[in-house]
Each structure stands twice: as C-alpha cells, then as structure tokens.
Write a protein that binds this ligand. Structure first.
Ligand SMILES: Cc1cc2nc3c(=O)[nH]c(=O)nc-3n(C[C@H](O)[C@H](O)[C@H](O)COP(=O)(O)OP(=O)(O)OC[C@H]3O[C@@H](n4cnc5c(N)ncnc54)[C@H](O)[C@@H]3O)c2cc1C
Length: 374
C-alpha cells in the first residue's frame, strides 16, 4: 500500500475562507454538532447546494460544478469541523451521486443528479440485511424480471435516514449464485424510489433513544426497467468500488473533532495538557494526509479499496479515542457547558463509528489480505 503525498490546490485557501465565513453565520447546539453528518436538515442542505458545494466535481450538464476532488475535500473538512448537520445531502454527494454518474442512463443522470446538487434529493444505502451485515454476499432481497421491469421482495436493515430519504440504492440478488461458485455473482444494484407502493419503513431505536436508522421491507415492489444501475450481475464489483468513497473521506476521522476544537482553549490552563493535546493533533494531521492521498487516487481513477479500509480503521480508532482522551485531562465540573455536552453525546455515539460503513474486524481482514497475511 502506498500513500503518496498530495497537496491542496492553490484555490484551497480562498475556498476555505469562503466556507468558514458561511458557517460562521450558523450556530448549532452541542447535540447537533456531536452528530454532524448524522444530522439531517434539508433547509441547510439547500443552502449548501445554492453555494455550489454539493456535486462539486460533477460535470455542469448534470448540475455539478466541475471542480476538483481536493477542493471538495476542503468543503467537507470545514463542514465536519464545524459539526454542520450535512446528513440530508451527505450520502448523495459522497457515494450515490458518483455511482449514478458512472452507471446510470443518460435520462436518469439528467433527472436525478441536479436534484442532489441542489440539496433537494436525499439518498440512503441499502446494503445490510437481518442475516447479512459483515457477510454482505449472504443477502437475500431479490429482484425478478417482470414484463415491464423488476419485482422487488425482501428486507434491508440499519438503513440510515430511509424514513427521510427520496431514494435508496439497493444491492439485491437477481439470479442464484452458481453451484459451488462465487456468492458475489448474481447481485445487482437498483435505484429505488422510496415512494413506490409495497415499501414499508419501520424505525429502529438506538441506545440514545433516537431513530436515525430503519428496517425497510419490500413487498412486491414494481420497479421500472431502468431502475437497474449498471450491469445486471455486476452489483458486487460496483458496490465494492463505491465503498472506497464511503470509507476514506474526512467523515471517517473527524466525527469527534468538534470536541477537540472546543477543548483547546479550556485546556490551555491545564498543567500537563500540552503533550497529550499535541499527540491528538499529530494523529489528526497524519490521518488527514492519508485521506487526502486516497482522494488523489480516486481523482486519478484508481480503486484504493485497501487503502480506504486502512484509513477508515485508524481514523475510527482516533475518533473513538478522542472524547475519552479529552475527558482524562479535565474534570467534568471544570469544563465549559458546550464541551461537556459534546463529550456526553460523543461517549454514546462513538461505539457506532467502527460499525457503520464496515466493522473494524472486516476492515482488518481486508488489510491483512492486501498484505498477504491471509
Ligand atoms: C450507525 C449505523 C448506521 C448504519 N447505516 C447503514 C446504512 O445506511 N445502510 C446499510 O446498509 N447498513 C448500515 N449500517 C449497518 C452496518 O454496515 C452493519 O452494522 C455492519 O456492516 C455490521 O453488520 P452486522 O450489524 O450485521 O454485524 P455482524 O456482521 O453480525 O457482526 C457482528 C460482529 O462480528 C464481527 N464479525 C463478523 N464477521 C466476522 C469475520 N468474518 N471475522 C471477524 N469478525 C467478524 C463483526 O466485526 C462485529 O463485531 C449501519 C450501522 C450503524 C451502526
């Protein structure tokens, strides 16, 4: 695995200042900032879309802004650092939009991508199922050909924001895996309009008592012919390529950053805090370089699946450890309210960081395979 250094483009400084000025006009509670890309606010997403900061790298003909991936990274970094509630456009911008751009029909691209770029269309990811999480190829939701298209039956689980989204991109089985052959064969991806009849969405409550994810049931849902994304049977390779976008971005190490930003000032007067704080910032700088490097690979059209797995694994370690590392330096009663509230929420959210988007064990098995260890 190689992580070539990447420098941000000359335009990055001015863009960063522009995003910061925009964000300075918004004020979010610690509860919102602790959730960041798990916060869903359509009005805010529309504002971001109006600024041209969604679909930044897509061609103009599809509502994009033809900017570089590294400029996009600057916007993402600032949004996450501020803890902005970007969830209504995050999945569409990060992975569903790029997938549609690569694989959908011309008509679909023109119909859907501009809506994502305006911050008006929200997407969810339909991968996991009750018996298929880490072992994703065990999924059983299936689509069968019908005269006018496809008939979808089955169940997805843990689908973040399904109840608030317009579309899901679902990975489903379209033909049986060959006897004794790879279970990765016979899977396909579909663009599912969540308003179709036969779809029911049931909230699942997490340990905070919130319901950001859902169980989604498909009962004889009729999909049009062109709901198939890409090639029939090529779903596994397509979904795996999509995961490099999902696993390498700043959202995989910055989830706890608002707490670090809020801790710097109060820690100035705490004896002995400099060295631990310096270590946190040094780790952050390293993770950022790794993530930027993968951004560069994606921009060159490479498929850095292993590098993305490594980057997510060490990034999750950092964002999980950060709240406790800050707490160890200061008594709760000495903390400003804002910092304490952030840390309280992050303590409960942090366990999910190494589950969502692929668990720690699964990422490590991908890394071990790349290193020839298994
Ligand atoms: C906050 C959150 C949001 C999510 N959002 C979505 C979403 O929008 N869409 C979606 O499709 N999914 C979503 N997920 C689901 C997530 O992708 C799965 O939870 C994850 O892939 C693990 O699957 P599982 O829950 O079935 O656990 P399991 O696969 O049953 O794993 C249980 C434990 O066993 C370990 N394990 C499993 N297999 C192995 C192995 N071969 N070797 C070693 N250890 C192993 C795992 O690492 C884990 O610790 C979300 C999850 C969370 C927590």
């Amino acid at each position: 695995m190689r992580f070539e250094p990447v420098s941000l483009p000359a335009t990055a400084g001015a863009l960063r200042a522009e995003v910061r000025a925009f964000l300075a006009g918004h004020h979010w509670t610690p509860t919102v900032r602790a959730r960041s890309w798990m916060g869903f606010d359509r009005e805010f997403s529309r504002e971001v879309g109006q600024r041209g900061w969604i679909g930044m790298v897509w061609p103009r003909e599809y509502g994009g802004h033809a900017r570089s991936g590294l400029e996009r990274t600057v916007v993402l970094e600032e949004m996450l650092a501020a803890g902005a509630p970007v969830g209504a456009h995050w999945i569409g911008d990060r992975q569903s939009g790029p997938l549609i751009l690569r694989l959908a029909s011309e008509e679909q691209k023109r119909r859907i991508l501009p809506g994502i770029a305006r911050g008006e269309l929200a997407f969810c990811i339909g991968l996991s199922e009750p018996e298929a999480g880490s072992d994703l190829a065990a999924l059983r939701t299936r689509a069968e050909r019908t005269p006018g298209g496809w008939k979808l039956n089955g169940r997805k689980i843990w689908t973040t924001f399904a109840h608030l989204s317009d579309y899901m991109i679902a990975l489903v089985r379209t033909s049986a895996a060959p006897e004794g052959g790879s279970r990765h064969a016979g899977l396909s991806q579909f663009l599912v309009d969540l308003r179709l009849s036969g779809i029911s969405i049931r909230p699942i409550h997490d340990m905070l008592g919130e319901a950001s994810f859902n169980e989604v049931t498909f009962d004889d849902v009729l999909l049009p012919e062109d709901a198939l994304l890409g090639a029939e049977g090529a779903g596994w390779a397509q979904a795996t390529a999509e995961l490099a976008y999902e696993r390498s971005g700043p959202d995989r190490y910055l989830s706890s950053f608002p707490a670090l930003a809020a801790a710097v000032d109060p820690l100035r007067t705490v004896p002995g805090a400099e060295a631990p704080l310096g270590r946190m910032v040094a780790r952050l700088a390293t993770l950022r370089q790794m993530s930027l490097s993968i951004g560069g690979m994606l921009e060159r059209g490479e498929q850095p699946a292993q590098e993305a797995a490594l980057s997510k694994d060490v990034g999750n370690d950092f964002e999980q450890a950060l709240p406790e590392a800050i707490r160890a330096l200061m008594e709760p009663d000495d903390m400003p309210h804002d910092l304490r509230a952030l840390l309280d929420d992050l303590a409960q959210l942090a366990p999910t960081f190494s589950l969502r988007g692929g668990t720690r064990e699964i990422l490590r098995s991908i890394i071990a395979r790349e290193l020839g260890l298994r």
